[in-house]
Design a protein around this ligand. Structure first.
Ligand code: DGY
Length: 322
């Protein structure tokens, strides 16, 4: 008998086809989030649940006992929306999709960096509103990026890909903070320098880009104290998770002019986005597009499929997080 699996959102057609061939698959054709009750029921009805980063799986959706589900195959690399301890306690395996979205997410970090430095969003809004009156030497003056310093918090795959783009593509100096020491040769090869503390990076960088995981350990890592410690005139970029920044503190720092601007692809409590941020011209906002390319989304889906197949064939899953 084929394992029964449930897919919580629409996935790329090519991936859905493979899932339909290999498993007894329930697809969510509405593409609306299933909600906590439906997810709770799914643990009793399916052998595997395939959620995405927009499904919340706190301990309260995990059944106390008697779960049919043995596997959560997450469509995404970040898994702070899943209570990993709750999964472990119940012997449920959790997998993610590392590696395949590195380049595209780094591209979005650079899109935001360039966008806020060169006021691209603001310029486009002006033009579309019919308010552009023509070229003039003092019109919409931004900040040059080459020769400036990019500070990276969290030097995992995506942090490294962003560092390489910034240094080799745009002539930026790169400093970074990472919890563990990054190999010196690798650091040199990225044209970067590792600094001992987050505060050192914030004080040094003209642009700060966040690439650490979300969840309890990094919640509000960038708070009002750290925002105040950023170099005057610096910009903050977040393609990691919304909860890494204290959003109210960020709004305060932007209103007070403590920092010059922000580029955000992720939000605490998304898809809700604070109105105060939407009103600010020095903030570029994207709807969580980091991995949103055809190639990457198919690769992410295929990675989930690879893990699910390995699991039900009794092999080691390649991307186990629990
Ligand atoms: C992830 O995979 O964690 C991204 O945030 C969505 O692609």
């Amino acid at each position: 008998m084929k394992p029964r699996i449930i897919v919580t959102r629409r996935w790329p057609a090519a991936v859905e086809q493979v899932l339909a061939e290999r498993f007894e698959t329930t697809f969510n054709r509405s593409d609306e989030p299933l909600g906590q009750d439906r997810l709770r029921d799914a643990f009793a009805e399916y052998d595997a649940i395939l959620p995405t980063v927009s499904d919340s799986l706190p301990a309260s959706v995990f059944p106390d006992a008697g779960a049919r589900s043995r596997l959560i195959g997450n469509f995404g690399v970040g898994f702070s929306h899943i209570d990993i301890d709750a999964a472990r306690q119940r012997g449920i395996t959790v997998t993610n999709t590392p590696g395949v979205l590195t380049d595209c997410t780094a591209d979005i970090a650079m899109t935001l960096l360039l966008g806020i430095a060169r006021r691209a969003g603001e310029g486009e809004r002006e033009l579309r509103a019919g308010a552009w009156t023509g070229w003039r030497p003092t019109h919409m003056i931004g900040t040059r990026v080459s020769g400036k310093t990019l500070g990276i918090i969290g030097m995992g795959r995506i942090g490294k890909a962003t560092a390489r783009r910034a240094h080799f593509g745009f002539g930026m100096d790169v400093v970074f903070y990472n919890r563990s020491k990054v190999d010196d040769d690798e650091t040199r090869a990225m044209g970067a320098r590792q600094l001992p503390t987050i505060e050192d990076v914030l004080a040094d960088a003209d642009f700060v880009s966040l690439h650490c995981p979300g969840g309890a350990e990094n919640r509000h890592l960038i708070d009002s104290r750290r925002l105040a410690g950023m170099k005057p005139g610096a910009f903050l970029i977040n393609t990691a998770r919304g909860d890494v920044i204290d959003q109210q503190a960020l709004i305060g720092a932007l209103e007070a002019g403590t920092i010059a601007g922000a580029g955000l692809d992720v939000f605490d409590g998304e898809p809700a986005v604070p109105e105060a941020l939407k009103r600010m011209d020095n903030v570029m906002l994207l709807p969580h597009l980091g991995s949103a390319t055809e190639e990457t989304r198919v690769a992410m889906g295929m990675k989930v499929v690879e893990n699910v197949i390995a699991f039900f064939e009794g092999r080691d899953v390649p991307d186990r997080v629990a």
